[in-house]
Design a protein around this ligand. Structure first.
Ligand SMILES: [Zn+2]
Ligand SMILES: [Zn+2]
Length: 323
């Protein structure tokens, strides 16, 4: 048997080795693999990028469970990744620009390129953003609503984003151009099929109005023929006031809207519950439908089929509820 003090010092050495091992992690931020080092912001952007790059590049996401709406200072690991990355793809249109500019500031690579996918979309296809101000009687003259940033939820705009990713990867890595072309082509075809299947799934529905949980579903609605008449959270993460809830409930009654989209990240949201029960109390057969806007996902879920799989399940959920 070892004397007590030796057990103690062995334990101490073990702990130091362990702590040291943890601290060393940022040094190995990028795996030692060939290929361009690429950062992405939140899950759908990451998914589009890995479908284009395949194994030709090393791709890391920065916002997984945090989501794009509001994000604080970067962690040491993220800054370490920034120093040696070749490109970063973000959605832009103000939703994830802050993380993009922080990474741009932190990088030491003079060839680094921040690719703002939303800026490369046809402006005629962009929709106006939601008003997040409270002004019942005043107009909107003193402020501008900008563009709605939730472009990835339209399969058609998603295809344009994939094409921009392909073009940029070919530009920074011409040696692998043929591979980028081939993979992007296959993925764009899958997104075309997704759009067709989604439309076919909903084609016999006479009910096409819903309210959304936050202002995320305009492009989704436009793509699949659904009208989003209102939303519960004006600002993501901020609950509506009682007055705002009353307005929404009144509108649902007037326009005969009974389907309320909820996001899986907020399964038992009290505002959504209130709307549902008050519509039911008024004799309306209200129902929730789970639609994931894909703003967050666990890192373990970030497989190439993430976007298609989640969008298909969103569409199937809608098809089950709409009449
Ligand atoms: Zn306004
Ligand atoms: Zn959003």
């Amino acid at each position: 048997m070892l004397p007590k003090c030796r057990v103690g010092s062995l334990l101490l050495i073990g702990m130091l080795v362990f702590i040291n091992g943890c601290e060393k992690k940022p040094d190995n931020a990028w795996p030692d693999k060939p290929g361009k080092k690429v950062l992405t912001s939140f899950p759908p952007i990451h998914c589009f990028v890995i479908n284009v790059t395949g194994d030709a590049a090393v791709v890391k996401p920065l916002l997984t469970t945090k989501g794009p709406h509001g994000h604080g200072e970067k962690t040491p690991l993220e800054l370490k990744l920034a120093t040696s990355c070749d490109a970063m793809f973000i959605n832009g249109l103000t939703i994830d620009d802050s993380i993009g500019s922080q990474i741009k500031k932190a990088t030491t690579n003079t060839n680094f390129n921040l690719v703002v996918l939303g800026d490369r979309l046809d402006k005629n296809k962009l929709l106006e953003g939601a008003c997040q101000h409270d002004h019942k009687n005043e107009g909107h003259a003193d402020h501008d609503h900008g563009y709605d940033p939730h472009v990835w939820l339209s399969a058609s705009l998603a295809r344009s984003m994939v094409a921009s990713i392909r073009d940029e990867m070919k530009r920074i890595d011409p040696a692998n151009a043929a591979g980028y072309d081939e993979r992007a082509g296959k993925y764009i075809a899958k997104l075309e099929q997704l759009e067709q299947d989604g439309r076919a799934l909903l084609k016999d529905k006479t009910e096409r109005k819903i309210i959304a949980f936050h202002d995320s579903l305009q492009y989704f609605g436009q793509c699949y023929g659904i009208k989003v008449e209102g939303f519960i959270q004006k600002e993501p993460g901020t609950e509506p006031s009682r007055g705002e809830l009353d307005e929404l409930i009144k509108m649902c009654k007037e326009k005969k809207i009974r389907v309320i989209a909820v996001e899986p990240q907020y399964p038992r949201n009290t505002s959504a519950q209130t709307i549902l029960s008050e519509l039911k109390a008024a004799g309306i057969d209200a129902s929730f439908v789970e639609i994931d806007p894909l703003e967050t996902a666990d890192e373990s879920e970030l497989s190439p089929d993430l976007y298609e799989r989640k969008m298909r399940s969103n569409l199937e959920n809608l098809a089950k509820v709409l009449r």
